[in-house]
Design a protein around this ligand. Structure first.
Ligand code: FCB
Length: 470
């Protein structure tokens, strides 16, 4: 049997601090914007919060065991910004860095490459005194934090992601107010997005001499396709692509903002006077690798702008024949292949690491105590196939990190959606590897050779769990 994947392909999984750690008041952690936001009535579905989450700050050794048992070659996690810099600007909490150092060392001992995200959305709440990312001072505050983490861990972490999904923070946090910090103001959102990108560039320079690891950013990209053959819908797809994808890729890779989207923003959000001379030169060309978060695509049609629709386009429902997740998200593995090939064609070539890809699939343990999440197995296999096709077209793809290792706190949606390869029984914090975890372990052992691992392998492995989790 032969695998289309390079021998050193980084098969792994991802989580983030706020979604898993809990222990919000332990060892000097300061409050983050999500702590405050979660106290707003109605902010979190089901009224939950991240006070315990998957209790991973305390149970980190169990998590490392699980990662090792699955045979993961890489693990993505984030350091909690407000643990490391509790008041946002001043003293570095050395105890927090001790914790992450122990964690990283334990991963390395298992032969697992740590992929460290610096900002997975848990900005210290103290920085809200100047509006969080609205204030330009947020850029230096982020560089201060990034420097502290790189000084401590720069000698041993090979992969660094400065910013996770700038568009989501801009959109959900500052434009729609459904994520922290809960601001809903279109012009502000564009300003926030710019400072997030600028913080990537400034932090990159601050960290560069502190680590031999690769430093990149992790945007979520959504291929945008027209709903019909009409010229209007074609333009809607191009417009949406500017809003979601090019507004981030162009500055990060090319040091420019796309003209079409600049014009759209100026029309609906006013002058972009917060973009100062030199900013784009400071952002551009600082991507040693691309962290790519891919979940789905957007099907676009032309539409009149309206009160809740700033641009002349809108997302329409996925075509009837589409496969959807439990959360109604369209499953389109082929779009990943196309996206990877497009990145290779349109942007400077850097290694691409898929830093998130996964689905909500809410199976719970059955009578046999196991979780038969066959849809996750199929999803995984389809995306492995999509990556194999991209590799065959010469894409420099170096790894795949499934979202997520564990079911966890899914932001405003609370604990309802389950993204994990491993089921978490929240009241007892018992972890149960789902069928998909067994299947993924077998696929990793075969280095992604789909023919070597049949679809039923998850269940077969369950019958003899000792083979994988012994
Ligand atoms: C991404 C986030 C991650 C998780 C997944 C489902 O947008 O980066 O934290 O919520 O979606």
């Amino acid at each position: 049997m032969t695998s289309p994947f390079p021998a050193d392909f980084l098969w792994g999984a991802a989580t983030s601090a706020y979604q898993t750690e809990g222990a919000l008041h332990v060892d000097g952690r300061g409050p983050s914007v999500w702590d405050s936001f979660a106290t707003r009535p109605g902010a979190i579905e089901g009224g939950g919060d991240a006070a315990i989450a998957t209790d991973s700050y305390r149970r980190w050794r169990d998590d490392v065991e699980l990662i090792g048992d699955l045979g993961l070659r890489a693990y993505r996690f984030s350091t909690a910004w407000s643990r490391v810099v509790p008041d946002g600007r001043g003293t570095i909490n050395a105890g927090a860095l001790d914790h992450y150092e122990r964690f990283v060392d334990a991963l390395l001992e298992k032969g697992v490459e740590p992929v460290l995200t610096l900002n997975h959305w848990d900005m210290p709440d103290a920085l809200m005194d100047e509006g969080g990312w609205l204030g330009r001072g947020s850029v230096d505050a982020f560089a201060h934090y990034a420097t502290a983490v790189a000084e401590r861990l720069g000698d041993r972490v090979p992969w660094w992601i400065t910013q996770c999904e700038p568009w989501i923070v801009q959109l959900l946090g500052y434009q729609l107010g459904i994520h922290a910090p809960g601001l809903a103001d279109l012009p502000s959102s564009v300003r926030a997005g710019h400072h997030i990108l600028l913080a990537h560039g400034v932090a990159y320079d601050a960290m560069r001499s502190l680590t031999a690891g690769r430093i990149g950013a992790g945007p979520n990209l959504l291929p945008c396709v027209p709903a019909s053959d009409s010229e209007e819908d074609r333009l809607a797809a191009i417009g949406s692509d500017g809003y979601v994808n090019r507004w981030y890729l162009d500055p990060l890779f090319l040091g420019t903002y796309p003209d079409d989207m600049r014009e759209h923003w100026e029309r609906v959000a006013g002058p972009l006077d917060f973009i100062r001379d030199g900013d784009l030169a400071q952002i551009g060309g600082r991507m040693d690798f691309l962290g790519l978060n891919f979940y789905t695509r957007r099907v676009m049609k032309a539409a009149e702008p309206g009160p809740n629709r700033p641009f002349p386009w809108q997302v329409v429902r996925a075509p009837e024949e589409s496969r959807l997740t439990d959360e109604g998200t369209e499953i389109v593995p082929g779009a990943l292949t196309e996206l990877l090939v497009r990145l290779k064609t349109e942007y400077p070539e850097v290694p691409i690491l898929v830093t998130e890809n996964g689905l909500v699939s809410n199976e719970t343990p059955e009578h046999d105590g196991r979780v038969h999440d066959v849809r996750r197995i199929r999803f995984l296999r389809a995306h492995v196939e999509a990556m194999a096709q991209a590799l065959a077209q010469g894409v420099n793809l170096v790894g795949y990190l499934h979202w997520s290792l564990l079911d966890n706190f899914e932001w405003a949606l609370g604990y309802r959606p389950r993204f994990g390869l491993v089921y978490v029984d929240y009241p007892t914090q018992t972890r149960i590897p789902k069928d998909s975890a067994h299947h993924y372990a077998a696929l990793i052992a075969a280095n992604g050779d789909l023919a070597a691992v049949t679809e039923e392998v998850g269940e077969a492995a369950e019958a003899d769990a000792s083979g994988v989790f012994g």
